[in-house]
Design a protein around this ligand. Sequence first.
Ligand SMILES: Cc1cc2nc3c(=O)[nH]c(=O)nc-3n(C[C@H](O)[C@H](O)[C@H](O)COP(=O)(O)OP(=O)(O)OC[C@H]3O[C@@H](n4cnc5c(N)ncnc54)[C@H](O)[C@@H]3O)c2cc1C
Ligand code: SF4
Length: 508
Amino acid sequence: MTRLRLILGDQLNPQHSWLKHPDPDVIYTLMEIRQETDYVLHHAQKILAIFAAMRDFAGQLTAMGHRVHYLHIGDSNNLQSLTANLDQLIAYFQADQFEYQLPDEWRLDQQLQDYCLTLTIQYRACDSEHFFSSRRQAAEFFGSRSRWLMESFYRQMRIQHQILMENQKPVGGRWNFDSENRKPWSGSPSISRDQRKSHDHSLIWQAIVDAGVNSLGDPQAEDFRWPLNRTEALQQLEHFIVNDLQHFGDYQDAMSRQSWRLFHSLLSFALNCKMLNPREVVLHAEAAWRDGRVPLAAAEGFIRQILGWREYVRGIYWANMPTYTEHNHFGHTRPLPKWFWDAETKMNCLAASIDQTLQTAYAHHIQRLMIIGNFALLSGLDPKSVHHWYLGVYIDAFEWVELPNTLGMSQYADGGLLATKPYVSSAAYIDRMSDYCKGCHYQKKLRTGERACPFNALYWQFFIHHKPLLAQNHRLSMVFRQLERFSDTERVAIHDQAQFYLNHLDTL
Ligand SMILES: Cc1cc2nc3c(=O)[nH]c(=O)nc-3n(C[C@H](O)[C@H](O)[C@H](O)COP(=O)(O)OP(=O)(O)OC[C@H]3O[C@@H](n4cnc5c(N)ncnc54)[C@H](O)[C@@H]3O)c2cc1C
Ligand code: SF4
C-alpha cells in the first residue's frame, strides 16, 4: 500500500497530525510550479519566501524520517502543473491512495476536487488543522442576515474559545477597546530593532530567474528576512510579544515615514503558511496581558485581528466564492495608474506606501486600507484589477484573506456585506494619522487649485457621484449633511478638479 500525500506551499505546519510518525508507505510531495508562480504577477519576495520555506520544510520532514519527493522549479521532470505532476507521481510510485489537506483557496480546492474525480485510486481530503473555525462557520452563524458584522462573530468566537473571558463575561467589562487605539505616532515610543534572521537566498532566486518566472519588486535575495520555518516564526512571535505588543493597540492606525512597520507583528506570512497556529499566537498575547506585561487594550486589539478579522474574512470568502470576485457595486472600471508599479507619484502618502510595498512586499493594514485602497476607491479603479495587484504584491497574500479585505473591506465592491460604509477619507484623516503630508507636493488643506490634495476633491466627488447608492446609509448621514451645505459653485469646482485628476491619474 503506497500513499501519496500532497503538501501545498502554504501548508508548512510541522505539527500537523499527518507528521506524528514516519511511515515508509507514505510519500510526501511538495512542488514549486509555474501554475502557482504565474496565476497573477507576484512580488519577487513572495515567490522566494514560499519556495525557501518549502525547501526548508522538506528538509525538516526528511530529518524527521519521512519520505519526501520534492520538485524544484527547474527540474526537468517538473510538468509545472499540480495535476500533471500528481498524475506522474502516482504512476511513478504506483500509489494506491492519494491524500491532500484542504486548500484555503477556492481555485486549488476546485482543481483538486475535479482531479480526484478522475482518479481510479482512493483519495481523501484532510483538515489542515489550522483555523479556529470551519469554512462554513461564519455562514452558519450569520444565516440570512444582510450585513455580516465582524463584531458579532468575534464575540461568538471569544465565547466559544474562552479567550479574554471570565465568568462568561469579557474581561475588563468590554468586548472592544478600538476607540482607544487611534493614536498617531511622532517618533516615541521607539520602535524595536528588526531582529528577524537574515538569509542569503541568491541561489533559489537564480533558479526562479532561470525558470523564466516574471515578478515585480525587489527580491532582496541576499538579505532576506521573512521566516523560513516555525523556529524562526516563534522567535519573531516572542520578539513581538516582549517588545511591540504593548504599543500595538495605541498605534495600530498610525503611519510614518520614519518606520515602515511601527508596532505591527509581521506575522501574517508565518500564520498564512501555517508555520504558526493562530491559537498559539492568541494564547501568547492573552498570557502577556494576564501576566501584567501588556495593557488589556493592546492584547484585545491584537487578538481581535486574529480571532476576529482573520477567521471572519475566511468565512466571508467561503460563503461567497466563486462569484465574489465579480462584484463591482459602483461599476468602477479605471485601470491602475502606472505608478502602482514603480511608486513614481508626487503624492507622498502613496509614494511612501507603494515604494515600501515594492521594497519589502509588506505594508501594514492602514497603509493598505486608508492610503492605497482609499485612493483606488476614490478614483474608481476596477476592483478586480485592484484585487490582482494586492494578491501579487504582498508577502501574506493568499486569496482567502486578500480578496475579502480588498474587494469587500477596501473597495466596498460587495455593496457593504463586509464593511458598514466605504473606507474613504480626505487628506485630513491622512494628515492626522501620519507624517506623509509634511513636504508633499500637494497641499493637504486645499480642495481646488493646481496644488490641491487629490484626496480632497476626489472624496467629495465620490459622494456626489454615488449619492444614489449611499445616501440611505445612516453611518454616512453626517457626510451627506456636509455635502448639502456646498453651494452649486463649490460643487462645480469640486467636480472639475476631480475630473481633471481622474483624467491625469498617471501623472499625479
Ligand atoms: C486591502 C487589504 C488587503 C489585505 N490583504 C491581506 C492579505 O493578502 N493577507 C493577509 O494576511 N492580510 C491581509 N490584509 C489584512 C492586514 O492588512 C494584514 O493581515 C496585516 O497588515 C499583516 O501584517 P502584520 O502581520 O504585521 O499584522 P498585524 O497588524 O500585526 O496584525 C496581526 C495579525 O492579525 C491578522 N489580521 C490583521 N488584520 C486582518 C484582516 N483585516 N484580515 C485578516 N487578518 C488580519 C493577520 O494575521 C496579522 O498577522 C489586508 C488588508 C487590506 C485592507
Ligand atoms: S497632501 Fe494629500 S497626497 Fe500629499 S501626503 Fe497628504 S494626503 Fe497624501
